[in-house]
Design a protein around this ligand. Structure first.
Ligand SMILES: *[C@@H]1O[C@H](CO)[C@@H](O)[C@H](O)[C@H]1NC(C)=O
Ligand SMILES: *[C@@H]1O[C@H](CO)[C@@H](O)[C@H](O)[C@H]1NC(C)=O
Length: 267
C-alpha cells in the first residue's frame, strides 16, 4: 500500500514537472515572438509587426499574470496597424484599450475626440469639440494642455495668459509650465496634417488682412479652402474679406455655408 502511495506521488510530480516544462517552453516561445515583433516594428516592417503582435496577443490571452505585457502588446498591435495605414482597425484596438481605462487622465479628451472622429469618419474638430483649441476653435497648433484637460494653441495660451479659468469648462487652468504637449502635438500632426497646413494659410491670410492686403488675403483663404474644403473658420474669414472687397453676394454664400455646418457656433 505504502509503495503504491509513493509511486502515485512520484507519478504526480512527474506530471506537474512535465506540465510546467511545457508551459515555460510556450511562454519563452511567446517571449521570443514578442522580441521579434518589437524588432519588426523598430525596423518599420509594420505589416510583419502587425501579424506578429496579433499572434502574441492571442497566445497571451489566457495567461492571467501577463496583464501588463498584454497591454503593451495591444499598443504594439494598434501602433503597427496605424503605421501601416490600417487606421480603422488600429482605432478599434485603441478603443478597446481605452475602454479598459488605460488612458492617462490628461489625454482623455483627446482620445475621445480621436476615436469619435475616426470611427465616424467625421469632420475635423469643431470649436465645441473636446480636441479643438478652446480659444480659437482650430486644430490646436503647438498644443499646450491645461490642468482641466483642455488644450489650446501655444499662441492662444499666450494671448489669454491673464485669464485663470478655462473658457470651455470654467475650471482652473492651473499654473503648470506652458510647454507644448509633445504627444498631442504628434497626434495632431499625424491625424490632421492638412488642417495644420490650412490653419497656417488662414493665419497668413489674417495677417495680410490686417495689413490691408485684401486680395492677397483672399488668395490665402482660397488656398486654405482648397486644402480643407468648406472649413467654417476659413469660410468665416473669407466671407469677411469678400465683404470688405464689396462682393457681398459671394460673402453671403460663405456665411451661409458656415451656418449650415456649424449652426451652434456663437460667431
Ligand atoms: C477665391 O474664392 C472666391 C469665393 O469662392 C472666388 O469668388 C474668388 O474668385 C477666388 N479668388 C481667387 C483669387 O482665386
Ligand atoms: C479670422 O477668424 C479668426 C478666428 O475666428 C478671427 O480672430 C479673425 O479676426 C478673423 N479674421 C478675419 C479677417 O476675419
Amino acid at each position: 500500500m505504502n509503495v503504491l502511495k509513493v509511486l502515485l506521488v512520484q507519478l504526480l510530480r512527474l506530471l506537474v514537472w512535465l506540465w510546467c516544462r511545457k508551459r515555460t517552453k510556450q511562454q519563452s516561445g511567446t517571449m521570443n515572438l514578442i522580441s521579434v515583433a518589437h524588432d519588426a516594428f523598430n525596423s518599420r516592417d509594420y505589416g510583419l509587426a502587425t501579424e506578429l503582435y496579433k499572434k502574441c496577443v492571442s497566445e497571451l490571452d489566457g495567461v492571467a499574470d501577463a496583464a501588463a505585457t498584454r497591454l503593451d502588446l495591444q499598443f504594439g498591435y494598434a501602433d503597427s496597424m496605424a503605421n501601416s495605414g490600417r487606421l480603422r482597425d488600429a482605432v478599434a484596438v485603441y478603443a478597446r484599450i481605452y475602454k479598459r481605462g488605460c488612458v492617462p487622465d490628461r489625454l482623455r479628451h483627446l482620445a475621445t475626440a480621436l476615436i469619435g472622429a475616426l470611427h465616424a469618419d467625421g469632420p475635423p474638430p469643431a470649436p465645441f469639440d473636446p480636441l479643438a483649441c478652446v480659444a480659437c476653435g482650430s486644430v490646436p497648433r503647438q498644443p499646450v494642455s491645461w490642468n482641466c484637460g483642455h488644450c489650446v494653441c501655444l499662441k492662444c495660451d499666450q494671448k489669454h495668459s491673464r485669464d485663470a479659468h478655462c473658457p470651455r469648462c470654467g475650471k482652473s487652468k492651473g499654473r503648470s509650465r506652458r510647454e507644448v504637449n509633445v504627444l498631442i502635438n504628434t497626434l495632431v500632426q499625424k491625424f490632421w496634417p492638412k488642417h495644420l497646413e490650412a490653419a497656417a494659410l488662414r493665419d497668413e491670410g489674417n495677417s495680410l488682412f490686417k495689413g490691408g492686403c485684401l486680395k492677397e488675403a483672399l488668395e490665402k483663404y482660397n488656398a486654405s479652402d482648397k486644402l480643407v474644403k468648406d472649413y467654417p473658420l476659413t469660410l468665416a474669414n473669407r466671407s469677411h474679406v469678400l465683404l470688405s472687397l464689396n462682393r457681398a453676394q459671394v460673402a453671403l454664400a460663405d456665411a451661409e455655408t458656415v451656418i449650415k455646418i456649424w449652426p451652434h457656433w456663437p460667431k
